[in-house]
Ligand binder design. Structure first.
Ligand SMILES: Cc1ncc(COP(=O)(O)O)c(C=O)c1O
Length: 239
């Protein structure tokens, strides 16, 4: 008896969970997962923040149900942070999720019908593949540094597999697992391709803030806002 939905056949045991098992072995320092040093966690600041909220007049509101877009003051603050990255927006453009991982799951659900094509770099972040896999996509290869296929070739391959190209997923800053950062020209080329295919771009900026030296490259979303005329016309979703 198999009662599970057909999509569950694409849900494999999590490789990430297997990687995390190595953490319990005291003789291994694992570089396989992006595991921060626990000594760096701001435990005290987080404890103080919880105490301040739960000890004050807003405790009830903090524990109450909220609109699903997320806490308005946080969305406003994030809109301000995006402004500093060259993305003019307001809280209406911000949606709070439980980490990037939940956003990737939502985006898979939003875009992918079974057989549709997602363009990804090879290799790419396996957590993203796991999030998308549940929605039964096929993958095609994005090569921002080495020259992509033509839009027609991507379109034809997607159609031959019974679907459409829906989005390009990239980690443009210090990519997982390669560490590679796309320069401005490569980011523009991704937008050119996305424009010709009329698809979305999912920019997973998980490591953008981890730059130690050198100048940052503008987010793909910022470049998209320049060419499209603003956030509401942009095709890029920034996680
Ligand atoms: C590229 C990339 N995106 C997203 C995530 C997950 O992010 P979050 O912890 O915000 O769900 C990771 C974690 O390793 C990652 O490497």
């Amino acid at each position: 008896m198999n009662l599970l939905a057909s999509r569950s056949s694409r849900m494999k045991a999590s490789e990430i969970r297997e990687l995390l098992k190595l953490l319990d072995q005291p003789d291994i320092i694992s570089f396989a997962g992006g595991i921060p040093d626990p000594a760096l966690f701001p435990a005290e600041a987080i404890r103080d923040a919880y105490a301040s909220v739960l000890g004050g007049a807003e405790a009830g509101a903090a524990l109450q149900y909220q609109v699903s877009e997320g806490f308005l003051p946080l969305r406003r603050w994030l809109a301000g942070q995006m402004g500093k990255l060259g993305v003019a927006c307001d809280e209406a453009n911000i949606f709070i999720t439980s980490g990037s991982q939940q956003a990737l799951d939502y985006l898979g659900k939003l875009f992918v019908s079974p057989g549709d094509t997602a363009l990804v770099t090879w290799p790419t972040y396996l957590g993203a593949l796991q999030a998308f896999n549940a929605y039964e996509p096929r993958y095609d290869r994005l090569t921002p540094a080495g020259g992509n296929m033509t839009p027609d070739a991507y379109r034809a391959a997607a159609a031959a597999n019974g679907g459409k190209v829906k989005f390009a997923y990239l980690v443009p800053d210090f990519a997982n697992p390669t560490g590679n950062t796309l320069d401005r020209q490569q980011r523009e080329a991704v937008l050119d391709l996305a424009g010709e295919l009329d698809i979305a771009v999912i920019e997973d900026a998980a490591y953008r803030a981890l730059r130690y030296d050198g100048d940052g490259v503008p987010p793909i979303l910022a470049l998209d806002c320049i060419r499209s005329g603003g956030i509401d016309k942009a095709r890029t979703l920034y996680c």
